[in-house]
Design a protein around this ligand. Structure first.
Ligand code: PMV
Length: 327
């Protein structure tokens, strides 16, 4: 017997980052974060539980996924099997419209889509807190991709993580902004986010200061969002991202996610800003530069980033919708 379901989720980009965990086993963040779910960074995943399957199988874009990826998905499916009280192995077929594992937040859409598709295929219709807890075990940023628009993930204080549930702060159609993404460099990121966060927590002298500023950045970003004040949100987001990278750089051994194109792109955005554009950068655990701006500045920002040596693709994202089950 087979049971199947498919789901779609979109990657989110954090404007106030999470970098550090308060509980490694439950994958709970040490600070709250705020993200924008993107309109066209889409992952679609179908999960088919099959009583006759000899083991879990993962196909990414039609080809067998690397073994490490298959094992990560298989451990995730173990959780779903234990929640549903079932034993069947599954075939996972996943497709993304953008490069995976390179700091473009593919794990956020990937695990949000996998959580939704696998639970539905297993006959479960989980409420948001339970679905978010499951998605979080796959990736700390994945719960934010369950919801659309602008999403807060509070750190919470409860040891079991029951108060770490994503909240939509503004819907996708509530504020017309853009994130212009300059993709540069392909392939896997140098240091995975979990390893990087743990290294920063254990070794960076700036880690306590980073954790201490988190709540203030989150409140300032939410106030800017409520007021639809793009310069205020941009300034908080840019400062927060540079602080996260300061912590990564001051870890031992140091973690450097940037390359030459990253720095050139940041400088291009600064030059545009000096000329009057409203544009602010954020950077995640990879070399790509993401620029928050208004719709009127997006074309100029995209053109400027296309002129940066090493930038291979420029995407213009709007706020997008949350995860959905496909028919
Ligand atoms: O979800 P993870 O484990 O890939 O961690 C995400 C870390 C950052 O993208 C750097 C920040 C964030 O809040 O998304």
């Amino acid at each position: 017997m087979t049971r199947t379901a498919a789901a779609r989720a979109r990657a989110n980009i954090a404007l106030v980052k999470y970098w550090g965990k308060r509980d490694l086993r439950l994958n709970l963040p040490a600070t709250g974060s705020l993200s924008m779910t993107c309109s066209s960074l889409v992952t679609e995943t179908r999960v088919t539980f099959d009583d006759a399957a000899p083991r879990d199988e993962v196909l990414a874009d039609g080809a067998a996924a690397p073994e490490a990826f298959r094992q990560r998905a298989s451990r995730f499916l173990d959780r779903v099997r234990s929640l549903a009280g079932m034993a069947a192995f599954a075939r996972v077929e996943t497709r993304a419209t953008f490069p995976v594992a390179s700091g473009l937040a593919s794990s956020s859409s990937g695990f949000a889509a996998l959580a939704l598709a696998s639970t539905r295929a297993a006959g479960l219709d989980l409420p948001l807190p339970a679905l978010a807890a499951l998605a979080r075990e796959g990736s700390g940023s994945a719960p934010r991709s369950l919801l659309g628009g602008f999403v807060e993930l509070p750190a919470g204080m409860s040891p079991d993580g029951s108060d770490c549930v994503p909240v939509q702060v503004a819907a996708a159609d509530a504020w017309d902004v853009r994130l212009v993404i300059a993709v540069n460099g392909a392939g896997e990121k140098a240091v995975g986010s979990t390893e990087g966060m743990e290294r920063s927590r254990a070794t960076s002298p700036f880690y306590p200061a980073w954790i201490a500023r988190g709540a203030g950045d989150l409140e300032a970003a939410k106030a800017a969002l409520a007021a639809r004040d793009l310069p205020a949100l941009g300034r908080v987001a840019e400062a927060n991202a540079f602080s996260m990278h300061a912590v990564a750089l001051s870890s031992n051994p140091p973690i450097l996610y940037w390359n030459a194109a990253t720095v050139d792109a940041v400088n291009r955005v600064r030059a545009l800003r000096a000329e009057g554009a409203g544009a602010w950068v954020t950077i995640d655990a990879g070399p790509h530069v993401k620029v928050l701006c208004g719709p009127g500045d997006a074309a100029a920002v995209a053109d400027a980033l296309r002129g940066v040596a090493g930038v291979t693709e420029v995407r213009v994202e709007r706020p997008g919708e949350g995860a959905e089950v496909l028919g």
